[in-house]
Design a protein around this ligand. Structure first.
Ligand code: B3K
Ligand code: ZN
Length: 860
């Protein structure tokens, strides 16, 4: 298939005034009747043909203005239907069609499909064309009226409920929307109900629809929904705009959730929670995903994207908003560290390999392959930088203007930046490069004390990426401070902007020392990129001693954590090449652990080591060929050394941080559990399994239970997997954890065999994306040393499963193929083996557009 280019965008030839759909539901043969009023688009540059997308539809009949069309009146291809201009009334006409579709046979989980006996839909990005003929593009927006006929007890669609009776229901969505926001659900469901009064006093019914038996697991999602609604009113002035907000939980879902107008459909993993079955981390995800989908109501639904190249317009902004919400709800510093961990693990990795692409891509073959960390997470970082540069007040003024100017429209990044330019009077043409250049910029910082002056040299390079050999400098906002060697703060936080390739800043050290009341220092320690003020890789000329000062004294919590992390990374890299550990680091960590003024969640983060994947990338960046087996072993050795060195403080924390049996998912309790369970994992390494066994037996919530379970797996316990299985075999979400944990915590040389054995387990339903991800992702992401086993067995195992899944579910298969994206880091043998698997996949007959695009890009 040919790539689609941003530069080829053309406005639609026809706009839609109204859509009326009737669904006659039947698992194998659902009838969809559509009545669509079209009007010629004055701005349309096309030849005036009516172009309707449609895939896998059995056309029963169609008509224009009541006159039936015959096969001679239109051109029907596997991609859609075109009625030539000469057969169309000039201005406005009514299109009517009846088609038949097969929800029960839809295993791609896109369009109308069935999950656990219920009907549900997923239309973003291009799934509506599998439901009926329609201009399935986001710049065609219309109000929808829907009638559903079926024997399920609950029949839902977008908007507000209309008339209903036994076996039928009508819905009307007054807000014009693109087809990708269409949704329908039909099933024998029960609701967890609540209500919300908006800031102008309107009452909204809130429902979370689940299968009978799950209604007791919705309270947290509902609470998160109400808090999100209030927060969006208070922080962005955004009010909800329908009489009802429905959420439905489904078991078979390709991603996290979907923001369909008024009818959000969620992966049940991100709705259902009870203390016994969900971890603190699950609760966190539920909160942020509920918030994310809710916030889309304004950033995505009321204002949508002109075309799919503009995806970051809604996704980057909505991720930024959900991160703000979580920062306001929990500890802002902890939230920032976690967001940056994710960004580095997923987006920096993507940006460093063959799949690197712009935040706003220039072309794609399959748009579903571009719901990436770059579009989402880097897209959010770009908004964070914009906010930093213009300031909080101007940011809010610009957002107000964005909603005022563009409500009801389908917009571009140019529209978004124009609002900021108009409101703040700034020229953002250089800033725009963040959207149009791929690759993670590298920022270097060097400094010199010369008498009573400090000279700080900052320079940037944006590395080449596929198809982009040469880069222009970007605008990098840098939040910074300066510390003296004893930790005294010399300079209150300052903001500088690097927008050229290089600059030298000059500071008056004598003045700063006098103000701080200390003697003129001959050594200073810059604290750069505080709060991770830009998504760049910082290479600062800090010594180990400098980093220890920052770890102990930086007033910026992010950089305190960052100093510890870089010390750990350096130590681990040193150990890999035969160097020794550094007792000063453990001493510093010991002091930090015992500091009760510090948030427990922050301390838990400071105990966490860089991941094996981080270390592999660090080795590659340092000109080495990473050895995954050695990395795994070194990391374990470091953990044991750390556990020995910190035994006292860890054991003390383990005893002190027990929040007791009354479980609450709130940040304070979760933080205590996180710290205590981090201590447990380390202590088990050197003490043996007794403590973890007791922890397992005493656990009254899943956070503690899974922490003990994984500690015991690491300790080689052979019975605990069976005990866990017997207790939880009937709970799908908990069993996903069981599958994943066993692979993640298998010894690398056993990991592929473990994964293979688990694929033979009767509960391994590979057509369920969560279960597939638990097992196959458990190996590729959870056990990198196992995946990269020198035999190549991990690479072959993944390829076998991708080929198998692709025939049923191309989206999830394509997404999982990114496990291969780091091939160029490794030795020639591994590279050859990976390339052979990529070739094998590419040669598969009938490979999907999704997977073939990914494999082609990864191979390069
Ligand atoms: N907008 C959806 C993602 C759709 C993915 C389509 N392959 C969920 C979200 O970002 O909120
Ligand atoms: Zn989103």
């Amino acid at each position: 298939p040919q790539p689609i280019h941003l530069a080829d965008y053309r406005p639609p030839s026809h706009l839609v005034e109204t859509v009326a759909l009737t669904f006659r539901l039947s698992p194998g043969a659902t009838r969809v009747l559509s009545r669509i009023r079209f009007r010629a688009n004055p701005a349309g540059l096309e030849n005036g043909n009516l172009r309707l997308d449609g895939e896998g539809l059995r056309l029963i009949s169609c008509a224009i203005d009541g006159v039936a069309l015959t096969a001679l009146d239109y051109l029907l291809t596997p991609e859609g239907l075109t009625v030539p201009a000469e057969r169309l009334p000039a201005q406005s006409f009514l299109w009517e069609a009846e088609v038949e579709i097969d929800p029960a046979g839809n295993t791609a989980l896109e369009g109308l499909y069935m999950s656990g006996g219920m009907y549900c839909t997923q239309c973003e990005a291009e799934g509506f064309r599998k439901i009926t003929f329609y201009p399935d593009r986001p710049d065609v927006m219309a109000p929808f009226t829907v009638r559903i006929e079926g024997d399920a007890s609950v029949l839902l669609s977008n908007g507000n409920p209309g008339a209903s009776g036994p076996g039928w229901a009508e819905w009307h969505d007054p807000w014009p929307k693109p087809a990708y926001l269409f949704a329908l659900v039909a099933g024998d469901l029960v609701a967890h109900r609540d209500a919300f009064t908006t800031m102008s006093g309107r009452a909204v019914d809130l429902n979370i629809w689940v299968r009978p038996g799950d209604e007791g697991k919705c309270a947290y999602a509902m609470d998160a929904l109400k808090r999100s609604m209030r927060w969006d009113e208070e922080v962005y002035g955004r009010e909800y705009d329908l009489d009802v907000f429905n959420i439905v939980a489904v078991d078979d879902f390709n991603m996290g959730a979907m923001e369909n107008k008024g009818l959000n459909i969620f992966n049940s993993k991100y709705v259902l929670a009870s203390p016994e079955t969900a971890t603190d981390r699950d609760y966190d995800f539920i909160e942020s995903i509920v918030a994310h989908e809710y916030f889309h109501n304004w950033t995505g639904n009321r204002i949508t994207c002109r075309d799919w190249f503009q995806l970051c317009l809604k996704e980057g902004l909505t991720v930024f908003r959900d991160q703000q919400f979580s920062a306001d709800t929990r500890s802002a510093a902890v939230q920032r560290i976690e967001d940056v961990l994710q960004l580095r693990a997923r987006q920096f990795r993507e940006d460093a390999g063959p799949l690197a692409h712009n935040v706003r891509p220039d072309s794609y073959v399959e748009i579903n392959n571009f719901y990436t960390a770059t579009v989402y997470e880097k897209g959010a970082e770009v908004i964070g930088m914009l906010k930093r540069i213009v300031g909080a007040q101007e940011y809010r003024a610009a957002l107000d203007e964005y909603f005022r100017r563009h409500d009801g429209q389908a917009c571009t990044i140019e529209d978004w930046l124009a609002v900021f330019q108009d409101v703040t009077g700034r020229d953002l043409s250089q800033f725009k490069r963040w959207y149009t250049q791929a690759g993670t910029p590298r920022l270097t910082a060097e400094w010199q004390v010369a008498g009573d002056r400090l000279h700080l040299r900052l320079a940037q390079v944006v590395p080449p990426t596929p198809d982009q050999p040469l880069k222009e400098p970007v605008v990098i906002p840098i939040a910074m401070g300066l510390l003296a060697a004893d930790g005294t703060e010399l300079l209150p936080e300052t903001h500088v902007i690097l927008d050229s390739r290089e600059t030298v800043l000059d500071f008056d050290l004598a003045k700063m020392a006098a103000q701080a009341g200390i003697a003129l220092p001959d050594r200073v320690i810059p604290s750069l990129l505080r709060g991770f003020s830009a998504p760049v890789i910082l290479d600062a000329a800090l010594t180990r001693a400098d980093r220890l000062v920052l770890l102990a004294h930086d007033p910026d919590p992010f950089n305190r954590w960052e100093a510890g992390r870089s010390l750990m990374r350096e130590t681990l890299m040193g150990m890999l090449t035969g160097g020794a550990r550094d007792p000063a680091l453990f001493d510093a960590l010991g002091r930090l652990l015992a500091d009760e003024r510090l948030d427990a969640a922050f301390r838990a983060l400071c105990l966490a080591l860089p991941s094996e994947d981080d270390l592999a990338q660090a080795a590659h960046d340092g000109g080495l060929v990473p050895d995954p087996t050695a990395i795994h072993a070194t990391r374990k050795a470091f953990q044991s050394a750390m556990a020995s060195a910190l035994h006292g403080p860890l054991a003390a924390l383990y005893d002190a941080k027990d929040p007791g049996p009354d479980y609450s998912p709130d940040a304070a309790q979760a933080a205590d559990r996180a710290l205590r369970n981090a201590a447990l994992a380390l202590l088990t390494r050197i003490e043996g399994p007794d403590r973890a066994r007791a922890h397992y037996d005493a656990a009254t919530n899943m956070t503690d239970e899974i922490a003990a379970f994984t500690a015991l797996l690491e300790a080689g316990d052979t019975d605990v997997a069976q005990r866990f299985h017997d207790r939880w075999k009937d709970d799908r979400l908990v069993m996903d954890k069981w599958f994943m944990a066993q692979i993640t915590h298998a010894a690398p040389d056993r990991a592929v065999a473990t994964a293979r054995a688990l694929t033979d387990h009767p509960l391994f339903d590979w057509t369920n994306p969560n279960r597939f991800r638990s097992v196959i992702g458990g190996l590729t992401a959870g056990n990198p040393a196992g995946f990269h086993d020198p035999s190549g067995a991990g690479y072959a195992f993944l390829a076998d499963w991708l080929i198998r899944l692709d025939a049923k579910n191309p989206q999830t298969a394509a997404r999982m193929s990114t496990a291969y994206e780091t091939w160029a880091r490794y030795d020639a043998d591994r590279q050859d083996m990976i390339r052979a698997e990529l070739d094998r996949i590419a040669a598969t007959e009938g490979l999907s557009r999704d997977l073939s695009e990914m494999v082609g890009r990864i191979r390069g």
